[in-house]
Design a protein around this ligand. Structure first.
Ligand code: ATP
Ligand code: MG
Length: 264
């Protein structure tokens, strides 16, 4: 049985893609068969994994034209990690799906045809709560919310929690909030510590693993490889490995996850 995770936060630049790519590599190194679904028209995950962005984009065709997804899956530079690449054309799906029946379930249907080939599927969401993110939440078993350790970190999280609850009520009653991941933590600043305390107070399922601000993490995408390949000894690589261990331990022990967010 595979588990589908949506990495979502409508706030831009909080580490969704970095987390998707680095977590994928860490999970694959732990023997998991991983599929990354690049659901962001910016196609950052596609290039960060050294994959080829197709002209129209595999995900676009599968969402809008219901093209079969399996032939669109590509291997990546990382053994054990495959990808559904995307291209800027995906932005059009947001508009073109509006008039389609059961438009919220296109991604779910597409993923159902490939789930058996993978242990873990990671959907890298765009920075919006539009139809593509709703499709991802409808297709997912669980949500992971990366949160940047910055001022305003919690701003917008109540909106995201509301969206998750709306999806739970109307589209996907089994959707669980697996947890919040603190990213770009800077141990030298009081701000990072304050944000961490605040986030942990609001979200009891904040992961123990914390991702530090690491130059290696920001450099890796320009080399078209996850940080685990670019610099496996870096603090960023180690932190994402710890996160993968924590996540796998939770999944394997069947640790309960909350049905929604607390407070915030
Ligand atoms: P978007 O909302 O645009 O899709 P995102 O949430 O996917 O953004 P990323 O692209 O992962 O965020 O990260 C934003 C920027 O911050 C990128 O340039 C990335 O390289 C950098 N970055 C992410 N995590 C870290 C980190 N822990 N340390 C240093 N830089 C980081
Ligand atoms: Mg991104």
């Amino acid at each position: 049985m595979s588990v589908v995770f949506a990495l979502a936060n409508q706030k831009g630049g909080v580490g969704k893609t970095t987390t998707t790519v680095s977590l994928a590599a860490a999970l694959a190194a732990r023997g998991q068969r991983v599929l990354v679904v690049d659901a962001d028209p910016q196609a950052n995950a596609t290039s960060a994994l050294g994959a080829r962005a197709l002209d129209s984009g595999a995900l676009y065709e599968s969402l809008v034209d219901e093209a079969p997804l399996l032939p669109a899956i590509q291997p990546t530079v990382t053994p054990g990690v495959s990808i559904v690449p995307t291209s800027p054309a995906l932005a059009g799906a947001e508009v073109e799906l509006v008039s389609v029946m059961a438009r919220e379930f296109r991604m779910k249907r597409a993923l159902e045809t490939v789930r058996d080939h993978f242990d873990i599927i990671l959907i890298d969401c765009p920075p919006s709560l539009g139809l593509i993110t709703v499709n991802a939440l409808a297709a997912a078993d669980e949500v992971i919310i990366p949160v940047q350790c910055e001022y305003f970190a919690l701003e917008g999280l109540s909106h995201l929690s509301n969206t998750v609850e709306l999806v739970q009520r109307n589209l996907n009653p089994n959707l669980k909030l697996r947890g919040v991941l603190l990213t770009m933590y800077d141990a030298r600043t009081n701000l990072s510590r304050e944000v961490e305390a605040e986030v942990r107070r609001h979200f009891h399922n904040t992961f123990r693993a914390v991702i530090p601000r690491s130059i290696r993490l920001s450099e890796a995408p320009s080399h078209g490889a996850p940080v685990q390949q670019y610099d496996p000894a870096s603090a960023g690589a180690i932190a994402y490995n710890q996160f993968a261990d924590e996540l796998l331990a939770q999944i394997n022990t069947g640790l309960p996850v909350s049905g929604g967010a607390h407070g915030a």
